[in-house]
Design a protein around this ligand. Structure first.
Ligand code: ADP
Length: 201
């Protein structure tokens, strides 16, 4: 870390920003294989929360690689740095008082742990998209599994790069068994139960 850099305490606190929005910030971290439904479910939950009047922000794998992380590749080092940056950006959005939804394969447990550490207890919600590889590969929404199987793409998570499944996720969703609506209901139920959103709507 650079020396001689001093943290400035802002006059408007994280709590002040959240209070103006009448909500509690948190991060829903969607992790799982490509095609497991992270983007689909995160988007559907984003719509559900937005329609209930909550202030949200969605960070999505492919989108950040167009800008913030466009200099990073898919080597282990590139993946680690990608998640580190996204964790820090998620924290900034939560500090701004938002409910943040981040959808990234994030295959390494150690990286997810680092993101969790940036958040107060209870505000990091790990959502494990526990959809079987077989279903993800059958769906192959972007044709990436086919390319990985043929060797056209190397280091593809689930094929020739590991995915470390969360052991104690806050929410576990298998989209081979649950519809999009059921997944959203389950997440809304979790947020209500934890008092992160309320029944005002
Ligand atoms: P990821 O973001 O994990 O790579 P996507 O959300 O992009 O996954 O892709 C999941 C694909 O599976 C989409 O094409 C989606 O329409 C399809 N799908 C089918 N059933 C479901 C379901 N119950 N939940 C989520 N996605 C589903």
């Amino acid at each position: 870390m650079a020396d001689n850099i001093v943290w400035h305490n802002h006059k408007i606190s994280r709590a002040d920003r959240a209070a103006n929005k009448d909500q509690r910030p948190c991060l829903l971290w969607f992790t799982g294989l490509s095609g497991s439904g992270k983007s689909t479910i995160a988007n559907a939950l984003d719509v559900a929360l937005h329609n209930r009047g909550y202030h949200t922000f969605l960070l999505d794998g492919d989108n950040v690689r167009h800008g913030l992380c466009k200099d990073l590749g898919f080597s282990d080092e590139g993946r680690v740095e990608n998640i580190r940056r996204i964790g820090e950006v998620s924290k900034l959005f939560a500090d701004a008082g938002l409910i943040v939804l981040s959808a990234f394969i994030s295959p390494f447990a150690s990286d997810r742990r680092l993101v969790k550490k940036l958040f107060p207890a209870g505000e990091f919600i790990e959502v494990f998209m526990d959809t079987p590889l077989e279903t993800c590969e059958d769906r192959d929404p972007k044709g990436l599994y086919q390319k990985a199987r043929s060797g056209e793409i190397k280091h593809f998570t689930g094929i020739d790069s590991p995915y470390e499944a969360p052991v104690h996720p806050e929410v576990r969703l298998d989209t081979s068994r649950m519809s999009v609506d059921e997944c959203v209901e389950s997440l809304i139920g979790y947020l209500l139960e934890r008092g992160l959103i309320n029944h005002k709507d």
